[in-house]
Write a protein that binds this ligand. Structure first.
Ligand SMILES: [Zn+2]
Length: 323
C-alpha cells in the first residue's frame, strides 16, 4: 500500500512538473543557448569580422543581438522591448529577401553601422565572465518571452530605429534624416537624464578638427575666438538640437558634423579654450525612435515592454508574426 501511495505521489509530482518544463525553456542549470529548441524561421547572417555565413533560428540570432545592443543589467521589460525591436528589424530584412543592400546572399550582417550588432555565445562569456550564465539566461528569457512578437504600423513591419540616450526628448525622423515617418515622432523621455551618457565633454585639438573637417581653425590667431565664436549653430530642431552648423566659415549638417568628429550627439554647445575646442553634448545617438536608457527608466517604474514600445513608436501595434 505504501508503495502504491509513493507511486501516486511520484505520478502527481511528475504531472505537475511537465508544464513547468514546457514553460521554462531555460532551466536553472542550463546556460548553453545551443541546447534550446527554437523552431520558427531561420535567418542568414554574415559575420562581418570572420566573413562566415551562418544560418540560425531567428530567435537564437536575437539573443546575440540583444546581448550586443543593450546592457544585460537592464531590467527584463527593457530587454524584451529591445528583443521585439530587433526581431521586427530582422524580419523586415528577411521579407526583403537575399538581395538586400550591401551583402547579397544573406539577410543581415553583424556590423552595427550597417545592420544590428551581434555577439556569439563565446563572445558573451568572454565579455561577462562569471556573470555570463545569469545574463545569458536573462536575455534568452527576454527573447523567448516575446517569441514571434513584432511591431507593425498599418499592418506593415516598422523600421524600429533606436538609440542609447536622448536629450530628454526624442526626435522627429525628418529632423535627423529626410523622410517623415509617421511612427517616428518626437516624445518625452525624461528618464534619460539618469543615463551615464546624458552629458559629456569632448575636447579636441583644433588641428584635429581641421584635419577632419577641412577647415583651418588652427591658423586663426587665438585672440580672435574671444570676440566671435568660430562655431555658429545656424538652425535648431524643435527639441533644441543643432540641425545645421557653420564652423570655420563652412556649413555642415549637424549629422555630418557628428559623424566626422565622432560626437555622441547633435545636441551640443561648444567653446574654444587654448588650442582646443570643447563640445558639451547631451544624449548619445541620433535621438530617433526608442531610447534605450529611457526604456530602462520606464521598466524600473513598472511599465511593460508593450507600454515602452508604444511610447517610443507612435501609433504602432504589437502583433505575432509566428508561434
Ligand atoms: Zn548589414
Amino acid at each position: 500500500m505504501k508503495k502504491l501511495i509513493l507511486w501516486v505521489f511520484l505520478l502527481i509530482a511528475f504531472t505537475a512538473a511537465v508544464p513547468l518544463l514546457i514553460l521554462s525553456p531555460f532551466s536553472e542549470k542550463q546556460t548553453d543557448i545551443d541546447d534550446i529548441r527554437y523552431g520558427g524561421p531561420e535567418i542568414k547572417v554574415l559575420h562581418s569580422k570572420t566573413k562566415e555565413i551562418m544560418t540560425v533560428p531567428l530567435e537564437k540570432y536575437l539573443v546575440g543581438v540583444v546581448a550586443a545592443e543593450m546592457p544585460a543589467e537592464f531590467p527584463p521589460e527593457a530587454l524584451k522591448a529591445q528583443a521585439v525591436a530587433a526581431r521586427s528589424y530582422a524580419l523586415k530584412k528577411m521579407q526583403d529577401g537575399l538581395n538586400g543592400e550591401g551583402h547579397p546572399g544573406v539577410h543581415v550582417c553583424t556590423d552595427h553601422n550597417h545592420c544590428q550588432a551581434w555577439l556569439s555565445e563565446e563572445e558573451m562569456k568572454k565579455c561577462w565572465g562569471k556573470k555570463a550564465p545569469e545574463y545569458i539566461k536573462k536575455i534568452t528569457q527576454a527573447v523567448l518571452g516575446t517569441r514571434g512578437i513584432v511591431l507593425t504600423y498599418e499592418n506593415k513591419l516598422i523600421e524600429p530605429v533606436y538609440h542609447s540616450t536622448s536629450s530628454g526628448r526624442t526626435e522627429n525622423s525628418e529632423d535627423v534624416w529626410q523622410a517623415k515617418i509617421p511612427y517616428l515622432r518626437s516624445t518625452a523621455s525624461p528618464w534619460d537624464k539618469d543615463s551615464p551618457k546624458f552629458r559629456q565633454e569632448i575636447s579636441m585639438p583644433l588641428e584635429e578638427v581641421d584635419r577632419k573637417l577641412g577647415t583651418s581653425l588652427s591658423a586663426v590667431p587665438a585672440g580672435t575666438f574671444s570676440q566671435s565664436s568660430p562655431v555658429q549653430i545656424l538652425e535648431h530642431t524643435h527639441t533644441g538640437r543643432a540641425k545645421s552648423v557653420e564652423i570655420g566659415g563652412r556649413v555642415f549638417s549637424a549629422r555630418e558634423l557628428r559623424e566626422k568628429l565622432s560626437l555622441p550627439s547633435t545636441d551640443f554647445t561648444c567653446k574654444i579654450k587654448g588650442g582646443e575646442i570643447i563640445f558639451i553634448t547631451r544624449g548619445y545617438g541620433h535621438g530617433v525612435g526608442m531610447s534605450q536608457y529611457g526604456a530602462k527608466g520606464m521598466a524600473e517604474e513598472g511599465y511593460t515592454y508593450q507600454e515602452i514600445l508604444k511610447h517610443y513608436y507612435t501609433g504602432v501595434s504589437l502583433s505575432r508574426a509566428y508561434r
